[in-house]
Ligand binder design. Sequence first.
Ligand SMILES: *Cc1c(COP(=O)(O)O)cnc(C)c1O
Length: 334
Amino acid sequence: MPLIDLRSDTVTQPTAGMRAAMLAAELGDDVYGEDPTVNRLEAWLAAELGFAAALFVPTGTMSNLLGLMAHCERGDEYIVGQQAHTYKYEGGGAAVLGSIQPQPLDGEADGSLDLARVEAAIKQDDFHFARTRLLALENTMQGKVLPLAYLAAARELTRRRGLALHLDGARLYNAAVKLGMPAREITQHFDSVSVCLSKGLGAPVGSVLCGSAALIGKARRLRKMVGGGMRQAGVLAAAGLYALQHQVERLAADHANAARLGEALLELGYSVEPVQTNMVYVQLGERASTVKAFMAERGIAVSAAPRLRLVTHLDVNAEQIEQVIEAFAAFRSF
Ligand SMILES: *Cc1c(COP(=O)(O)O)cnc(C)c1O
């Protein structure tokens, strides 16, 4: 019985078509700017998302870090959500490596940051204060899609107050597919966007930072500094390019599987948060301590947490979702 791994959408294996693309990739030394496949990926995604330039990096953590460091100098500040990946899950990199002070704010239920509270948090020009320089948003945020009107309002606010606007778009394409719109409809509002190729898109490695030519020039220097300059990286970029060109539309299947799972768990009496994309959050409370072992016995991998996150992806099919539903039915009466 193959393992049904619902811990994350990062656990996927490269598909046959992706492996073929990796094998066939034309390669060069990307630190010299000579890897044709990396160059193709960067040019392709920059054009698709409406930016002048892009930079291929090993991880989303590095992509966000370079974005923040390219926008902010030492002693600058960025406004960010308490639960945002850049703030909470990246080892404090912006502060440690960039000397950029975070100003975290509590997020709203829909995944946004209240813009009135963002504006109130912008510090005056006063030598007592760090210089507020940037607002960082995340989309999708724990599976939730930020409304386009909200993004336009965030753009208006940041322009008016002279801040840059960065998007952690690790799952940008889940948001775009859910909205049924080109990703550019989302990214048009931002000065920089980080996109993960190794989440739902299914590539083994890689993220891309998009922005202006000047910003990406700065980020390229910083990438070398933090050890992210890779050589024949086209073997990885080929996987990313394949994912972008062949594995975006299929995200709708992951969303359908997550919706089916969420509805079924709700019918079984579980407390389930509304599902928008490929994540199902279930409140398990005290029962969280036993769920991992119970599911493991049935060939299902989950992370034990009182607010359990179940993530669908290209290596979980609709039939397996039915198996998961049966297992949760059994867990209820266990
Ligand atoms: C996964 C993720 C990242 C970056 O992750 P890496 O593991 O460093 O590639 C950034 N933001 C969000 C929202 C993520 O889910």
